[in-house]
Design a protein around this ligand. Sequence first.
Ligand code: F6R
Length: 261
Amino acid sequence: MEVVIVPDARAGGELIAEAMAQLLRRKPDALLGVATGSTPLPVYQALAAKVAAGTVDTARTRVAQLDEYVGLPADHPESYRSVLAREVLAPLGIAKAAFLGPDGSAEDVRAACTGYDAALAAAGGVDLQLLGIGTDGHIGFNEPCSSLASRTRIKTLTEQTREDNARFFGGDVDQVPYHVITQGIGTILEARHLVLLATGEGKADAVAATVEGPLAAVCPASALQLHPHATVVVDEPAAAKLKLAGYFRHAYAHKPDWQGL
Ligand code: F6R
């Protein structure tokens, strides 16, 4: 995998937004896989600025959701469908009809999960999947010890993740659902390009385990080691525990321009 160390979250957002913009110039109807949470916001802001400036056209862009809370009605302000409508679709000018996501309020959750994997395949697969990372190394909501071959399914959040996410529910952990639907690790690995963004010192241990640790289900993000085109973008605090940081900086500084991200 490629590791790119950037000065701060804003620079990471700009770098990834430019990679998305280049993809959309090559393939205007690309399917972008998007994550929620705090980390990806600078990416969406930088991409929205490009749309506003007219340097990228999202008229045909499609967007796919990574995960969703189970039990929140779709129109709940913290359902990930609502969050993505607010933070991605509206600022990028993408119609709701171009959005793919599992139904977290479905009565038959299992059918919603298998149906979502089928919908992703029918859409031709995800071209670029943006990922955040949990403090425990989760990607999507694949918590530690998720199968590295897993498909979209229901998972139970760890208490740490529920506490981490309580900030989106007015600080009240009791409001955070216990269950989620998440693309499986096997599903995520089918995207053509994986781009993981990690910022802040709280992510430094998870980043080191992902990049330099063994491939192990206990750190779900380490599955990126299996992908032929995985890019990990980290700010300085999140890179603090990387032993090979010097090499990663050297490799990126000497990367041929034509390679892009
Ligand atoms: C959410 C998701 C999660 C988050 C992770 C980090 O769609 O995929 O894996 O990326 O929990 O969240 P933040 O960015 O809020 O630290």
